[in-house]
Design a protein around this ligand. Sequence first.
Ligand code: UDP
Ligand code: MG
Length: 186
Amino acid sequence: FLPHLVASMEQVDQTYIMIKPDGVQRGLVGEIISRFEKKGFLLKGLKLFECTKELAEEHYKDLREKPFFPKLIDYITSGPVVCMAWEGVGVVASARKLIGATNPLQAEPGTIRGDLAIQTGSFSEVVFALGLLKPCKESHSYGKLSCRNVVHGSDSPENGLREIELWFKEGELCQWTQIQAPWLRE
Ligand code: UDP
Ligand code: MG
């Protein structure tokens, strides 16, 4: 009774979910959208989009100092992405669970990354840590894209709102009521 009551009082959050270029290239758009849709979340915004380097850098600004940052920006700007805004009770944490661990090799079966991806690619923390491969511009010559894990999900409700605002313009989000809403939540 009590957990049920507490859950029903939980806040409705929004999260920014993005199918990354490898997800689009590999024809996984429908499959990935479907997982969020079936869970019951409310889709507020959806578009296929080619982002600029500036937007990708702003999105990932907290990772600016990481050795893989240039590779991550190369990857995100390598082709179209699918931008989505989803709403729901506990949607941020729930979406992270549906997505799974950052490294697909460690992601549990049943999660998007666990089911649909294998390796992030030529970038390897171990390789950087051992100093075998220099990060930044030189690493571009290694060609193959890195950081591949098919999907992004915001890591906090604050970042959910920040990222939706960053990727969507005014008028691109819809306010609507799901017919199934009463079957899903209090
Ligand atoms: N990334 C990676 N290897 C790492 C850490 C990050 O390839 O060890 C890439 C990957 O694409 C990841 C993104 O950088 O999704 C952002 O990193 P973050 O730690 O925010 O992971 P996420 O929140 O996406 O799970
Ligand atoms: Mg993150």
